[in-house]
Design a protein around this ligand. Sequence first.
Ligand code: PGA
Length: 236
Amino acid sequence: MAMPRTPLIAANWKMNAAPSGFGSIESPYRSTDRVDVVVFPTALGLASCIAEKLATGAQCARPEEEGAFTGDIGMRMIRALGCEYVLCGHSERRRYHGETDAFVAEQARAALALELQPVVCVGETEEERNAGKEKEVIERQMAVLPANIIIAYEPVWAIGTGKTATPEQAQEMHAFIRSLLPEDLRASTRILYGGSMNAANAESLLIQPDIDGGLIGGASLKKEEFRGIVEIAGRE
Ligand code: PGA
């Protein structure tokens, strides 16, 4: 059966400057014939990525249209700027900004209403996995989410630690996540893996039937490393 899902490789630059040359013609941060590539710069970097015609998303945005939310930006504002995507519920947002499952779902719904594509992060902590609760956690995080989203499975213990989930562990969780989706969306929903993905381990992960791409942090700041991942994702 042909794969109905175009691979998506996303660069999450977190609180780092955009890599030099990100907007050049031969930039690895541009989509290719076979792979959708998206960048998530800081809020200050959005406009220049959009000006360079990269598919761009914000790392977070509030669902409200406007109001007394000092320091925040809203979904409508990033949409007006030209963002096509938005990350929702990254574990660093959940951890440092107290974002709850309900708030993450609200962000995803607000994004969809504006035709922004939400990439919603889910994932268990090391403690939860050691307690055998990883599926329970994912089920809880997924229960409130709207349909028609892109999901990023990011085990918290694998983010920025160099400790990648094994391809088997990741595939098991991706298949589980897919089983939680409404039946009519199972074949078309993209589920990305995130957590210390790099050019050396990308192939073993991306070859798994339920892994449709990656959300890349550290390795996305290194242009050639990132190019390698995009190339691997584009292989048949
Ligand atoms: P990492 O980050 O690739 O540095 O582990 C992934 C992420 O947090 O999205």
